[in-house]
Design a protein around this ligand. Structure first.
Ligand code: DGL
Length: 275
């Protein structure tokens, strides 16, 4: 089997996986969540890079010709180095793609004021990856960012719909819009955040469009496979998904079922530097 690999630090990438499955229903997928070492959002560049490289090498060694980093933090801190330094050494015929570039490509379609807001993990915001991509692709747009260190823990502890989430959702929204009240397009630059969407919409000023990263990444992958038929032909087409986690599978299964809306049965794996 030669599935598409989908990687995230934990559960967040499942919001992307769902859209990838809908876009490519006959493709095989392996989802890998590094739950034992999540969250990545507060970790150093060096660690996020090392952990992400281990995950990519694991997925390659399990047959994936293509890996999607369905994690903004890993895309921000590890993707470029893996593409430029590691892939040529490991296997130049394989590919690793991220979520930041496809999101930055389409953002101009969502704004009329030219003011764009970004919510992300502290790591993604500090990396300035979105600022750099937007400066390249849409230099006329103005980006204002806000790190949301409390949102991933709320999601991972199944509190996204609980009353405790309201305080931190409202607080980060108020802080972002105080910095730039003109914002009319909002990037949820962390794949965990769609789970907070109900509450985010509740506190968002009227008329603000929210970019849905899962469908954007899925559309971008379809376009990539159309332009690279050789890669499209390498992906096995059994319509299956395997779920792998570095933590206890029973915990993964119950939370992943919330993300996916269907039962999930994961297997535990170890990532190490020897692979
Ligand atoms: N889901 C990851 C992202 O998109 C972040 C979660 C974490 O901090 O590990 O950035």
């Amino acid at each position: 089997m030669t599935p598409i690999g989908v990687f995230d630090s934990g559960y967040g990438g499942l919001t992307v996986l769902k859209d990838l499955q809908a876009a490519l229903p006959d493709a095989d997928f392996i989802y890998l969540g590094d739950n034992a070492r999540a969250p990545y959002g507060v970790r150093s560049f060096e660690l996020v890079y090392r952990f992400t490289l281990q995950a990519v090498e694991y997925l390659f060694s399990h047959g994936c010709p293509l890996v999607i980093l369905a994690c903004n933090t890993a895309s921000a801190k590890a993707l470029r180095t893996i593409q430029q330094n590691d892939l040529p050494r490991i296997d130049p015929s394989r590919r690793v793609l991220g979520v930041i570039r496809p999101t930055a490509e389409v953002v101009a379609d969502y704004t009329t004021t030219g003011a764009v807001g970004l919510f992300g993990t502290p790591g993604t915001v500090a990396s300035q990856s979105y600022d750099m991509e937007l400066a390249k692709l849409h230099p006329g747009l103005r980006l204002t960012s806000k790190a949301c260190p409390m949102w991933v823990p709320l999601v991972e502890n199944l509190e996204a719909d609980g009353p405790g989430a309201d305080y931190f959702v409202k607080r980060y929204i108020d802080e972002l819009f105080a910095l730039d009240p003109q914002i009319d397009a909002l990037i949820l630059g962390c794949t965990h955040y769609p789970l907070l969407l109900n509450k985010i919409r509740q506190y968002l000023p009227a008329g603000v469009s929210v970019l849905s990263q899962g469908s954007i990444v899925a559309a971008s992958l379809l376009d990539y496979l159309r332009r690279h038929p050789d890669m499209a032909a390498r992906i096995s087409r059994g319509g299956t998904t395997q779920y792998l986690t570095t933590e206890q599978p029973d915990k993964f299964d119950s939370l992943a079922a919330v993300f996916m809306g269907t039962p999930v049965a994961a297997r535990r794996v170890e990532l190490d530097e020897k692979r």
